[in-house]
Design a protein around this ligand. Structure first.
Ligand code: ADP
Ligand code: MG
Length: 395
């Protein structure tokens, strides 16, 4: 990294309107900067690829794919990518620009706050699994889910939302030739199949996210006692960790205990089938926890955490996707809705043919229609009024 010339604070990124404000972090792939678009005075985050890696086509390709895939994964729980560019100077650095999030990574939060209670952790886990569900729906495996890559972002309304970052080692299911057979990601959260030569599958993301929930509530990861990589991989492959409830400092509902144990099953086939299934089970757990205690006091004094017990907000309603989401999430409801609408139309037409005055009928539809919720399922949150605006900046 010493050979990698950094962008200096105050420097304008060549060929752009982005002025470097400060370095936010530096990892294996590149450096993350806070920048300001001087043309509009708005802050963004810019991520570069290390100079020494630009000459490696497979890494450059992966970085470019990360930007492209992230730009296409439009979801409230995934960081929004705005553009991918090359600097206009002789260095020809490549970078991409993201929305600037406000808050801290889950890793930082855990460091500052210590373990979280089940209700706070469940809220964050729902966000995480919604993000994974969206990525998997688009045939993207993240492959590096860990507390460092989940950002707890403060909304403008003072609430918070967790957003998945850093698809740096993600892999498109259909484009994996450059990474086949090689381990990518962080060993501590790697599922057994990832280092047993099978590579990452969607279920590997569920395993890693299961370990993240475990760590959020227990304060430690189950294999933290290992001292080197081979001990760690052996433990991941063979050792069944104690139940979360046995090590957590705060109470863990049995349904959450069981779900985490399933997520960190050694065999991918024994884990829950989809991220969507997990998100739905977590929502059920959240409902029970909120019904038992809806006060804020359990959640500690940290403001973003204290607000986290609020029922989560609904994804912005996308009318194009609505029929598909309805059918996936609540098939019985969709069927009932269709039957009710059909019955209403036939009823209205029948009455129309019998009476000349249809105004009363149109004004008061049968109760079954008006009682049906507009949102996809009973578990859905109120329509999102205060979430950060998405897709406003030009791509
Ligand atoms: N969009 C963003 N807004 C605010 N901070 C960010 C953003 N993206 C990354 N960061 C910060 O930079 C750190 C590293 O970013 P990440 O994308 O995970 O890169 P790396 O490849 O170095 O792991 C994150 O843990 C987070 O603290
Ligand atoms: Mg990272």
């Amino acid at each position: 990294m010493a050979t990698d010339p950094e962008l200096a604070p105050g420097e304008i990124v060549a060929g752009s309107d982005f002025k470097v404000v400060r370095v936010l972090g530096s990892g294996g792939m590149g450096t993350v900067y806070e920048v300001e678009d001087v043309s509009v005075g708005r802050r963004f985050v810019l991520k570069t690829l290390h100079m020494k890696l630009i000459d490696r086509p497979e890494i450059l390709g992966r970085f470019q794919r990360e930007a492209r895939v992230l730009a296409q994964l439009t979801h409230p729980n995934i960081v929004e990518v705005i553009t991918f560019k090359w600097t206009a100077d002789a260095r020809r650095r490549c970078y991409y620009v993201m929305e600037k999030l406000d808050g801290r990574s889950l890793r930082q939060l855990l460091r500052e706050h210590g373990p979280l209670d089940a209700r706070t952790a469940t809220g964050m886990a729902i966000d995480l699994f919604d993000a994974i569900d969206h990525a998997h729906d688009n045939d993207v495996i993240h492959r590096d889910i860990k507390p460092e890559n989940l950002f707890i972002h403060r909304n403008r309304d003072g609430g918070w939302i967790a957003k998945l970052l850093d698809f740096g080692v993600m892999k498109l299911l259909q484009a994996d030739s450059d990474t086949a057979g090689r381990f990518l990601g962080t060993l501590k959260y790697a599922a057994p199949e990832q280092f047993e030569g099978w590579g990452a599958v969607k279920a590997s993301d569920l395993y890693a996210a299961g370990l993240v929930i475990y760590e959020m509530i227990a304060g430690v990861s189950p294999f933290d006692d290992t001292t080197n990589d081979s001990e760690l991989t052996l433990a991941q492959a063979r050792r069944v960790p104690p139940l979360l409830s046995e090590v957590a400092p705060t109470p863990v509902p049995p349904a959450l205990d069981a779900l985490v144990a399933e997520l960190i099953e050694k065999k991918a086939d024994n884990r829950p089938q989809t991220a969507l299934e997990v998100a739905n089970r977590l929502r059920e757990i959240q409902r029970t926890l909120l019904a038992e205690d809806s006060s804020d006091t359990l959640l500690g004094s940290n403001p973003p955490v204290a607000r986290s017990a609020r029922p989560r907000r609904a994804r912005p309603l996308n009318f194009k996707q609505l029929p598909r989401r309805l059918a996936r999430r609540a098939p019985e409801l969709t069927f009932a809705l269709l039957v009710a609408v059909g019955a209403f139309i036939s009823f209205t037409m029948l009455r129309r043919s019998r009476t000349s005055s249809d105004a009363v009928l149109v004004a008061s539809p049968p109760p079954v229609v008006s009682a049906l919720p507009l949102a996809p399922s009973a578990s859905s949150k109120p329509l999102d009024a205060g979430a950060p605006a998405r897709n406003k900046a030009p791509r």
